[in-house]
Design a protein around this ligand. Structure first.
Ligand SMILES: *Cc1c(COP(=O)(O)O)cnc(C)c1O
Length: 463
């Protein structure tokens, strides 16, 4: 697919147009683009990313968003509603993550801009807290190899040394003995995922909790993906281990409202066992000539619309709504995993949940990807080992999608058998921008990312 399908269809703007443009004209163009792009996932053949997919839910959120879109929640005297929304989003999330089990401190939370935002604020809080409480000046954290790159990014930005713990190749779970052995006086936190992005598996949070308590370090549970669906899977009786504040060593949890919270992109909740840890990362400048400045997190101005829409999503669905959606998602994920297991050539990695990943020991799994892509499927590609992952969301729960998956997978396995020994066309990348990249392709990656932002400079001028 061309990255510039709209050239020639809609005007290209390289400078602000001199004249204003009629709203109706722009809305028509926007409707055309949105409708065409929505068709890429509405069929249910796209892994992850569109967690709800119900246009009536989006319309409802848009209405809530629109009422507060123009509001800056930094100016709280003008929008007490933001305080209501934010504190209730945090309270509802803490409740879902069993903060009632916390008896030794006062739980607290923070609404951030997304999973990366929550993880970054957590890493910053651990760094600041340990500096103040323990005098740590060269902090390190330990993450399982499978934990999200947001940890690497946060550690890079905040000058934290990141130690990467190996995972078991069969279960995909972190080697807790390695973690235990690599904690030292400068370790501020260890990390576990519930569940991880790659395999949908849940690290042994209970064992990590014991280790964290024994060493007196923090334990961050990354539940960005699972935070709003695994609790309902547990209620439904699926075999999902406890991963939340019921383990006494868990000191913070990230859970993304913009994933299985079914809210808009741009919000996530970071929950803390102890308010002191959260407060450690506040920023204030009280002697600035522009006035006393303080902000709860890294963002400055934030839109009230996102808080309103996130709050509206949570309250409208309620536990009943989330549970109902979880019923369908877990059942669909189980049926798809059944299809994968029906092929002895394919192997599911570890014991996954609503998200599963599969590989083959007999052929390159990217042949399967090539065939499935031709049938409209969009999986996330993985490496070490090469594998494909499917995060089941609401669009997959529509009638006929599991059957289509099963039929297409049958065809894909036959195709992969034929292509054994040949090089597949697709390769592993998070986000699906390009295929066939290698570790050395540094410049290529810079070019691809640049193209997203510099596109209109690089297209030849019309005429
Ligand atoms: C999505 C995800 C993140 C990062 O979240 P963003 O919202 O993309 O910033 C972190 N951890 C896990 C497990 C995730 O699935």
């Amino acid at each position: 697919m061309s990255p510039f399908p709209y050239d020639g269809r809609f005007p290209i703007h390289r400078r602000l147009p001199e004249e204003s443009t009629p709203r109706a004209e722009l809305l028509e163009a926007l409707h055309a683009m949105a409708t065409e792009e929505d068709a890429t996932w509405e069929s249910g053949t796209c892994s992850g990313t569109m967690y709800c997919g119900d246009h009536d839910h989006y319309a409802f959120l848009n209405e809530a968003f629109g009422l507060f879109a123009h509001v800056n929640v930094l100016q709280r005297d003008m929008c007490p509603s933001a305080t209501k929304f934010e504190s209730e989003i945090i309270a509802m999330t803490l409740d879902l993550l069993h903060a009632e089990a916390i008896t030794d401190s006062e739980p607290a939370g923070l609404v951030s801009s997304g999973g990366t935002g929550s993880i970054s604020h957590a890493m910053l809080a651990y760094r600041e807290w340990a500096a103040r409480q323990r005098g740590v000046s060269r902090p390190n954290v330990i993450k399982p190899e499978t934990a999200h790159p947001a940890f690497d990014k946060a550690c890079h930005l905040f000058g934290i040394d990141l130690r990467v713990a190996p995972v078991d190749p069969v279960t995909t779970l972190v080697d807790t003995e390695w973690v235990d052995a690599h904690i030292d006086a400068d370790t501020v936190a260890i990390i576990g995922s519930a569940c991880n992005y790659g395999y949908g598996t849940v690290d042994p949070i209970g064992a990590l909790s014991d280790i964290a308590l024994r060493h007196g370090v923090g334990l961050h549970v990354d539940s960005c993906l699972g935070g709003f669906i695994l609790p309902f899977g547990q209620e439904l009786g699926y075999d999902i281990p406890v991963f939340d504040f019921r383990h006494p060593g868990v000191t913070s949890i990230s859970a993304d409202t913009h994933k299985y919270g079914y809210a808009f992109k741009g919000t996530s909740v970071l929950s803390f066992r102890d308010k002191g840890l959260r407060n450690a990362q506040y920023f204030f400048l009280t002697d600035w000539s522009g006035g006393k400045y303080c902000s709860p997190g890294m963002d400055g101005s934030r839109s009230g619309g996102l808080l309103a829409a996130t709050w509206a999503s949570m309250v409208q669905l309620g536990r009943e709504g989330y549970r109902r959606y979880a019923v369908d998602i877990f059942a669909t994920a189980a049926a798809m995993q059944e299809s994968v297991r029906s092929h002895p050539e394919l192997r599911i990695l570890g014991a996954p949940t609503f998200l599963f990943s599969f590989t083959s020991d007999e052929f390159d799994i990217y042949h399967v990807n090539d065939f499935m892509r031709g049938r409209g499927w969009r999986f996330n590609g993985q490496q070490y080992p090469n594998a494909l992952h499917m995060a089941v969301t609401r669009p997959q729960t529509q009638p006929g999608v599991v059957e289509r998956f099963t039929t297409d997978l049958d065809g894909a396995v036959a195709y992969a058998r034929e292509k054994e020994g040949e090089a597949p066309a697709s390769g592993a990348i998070y986000g699906g921008v390009a295929g066939g990249m290698t570790d050395e392709a540094d410049e290529f990656i810079r070019m691809v990312m640049g193209d997203m932002m510099d596109a209109q400079q690089s297209i030849p001028a019309p005429g």
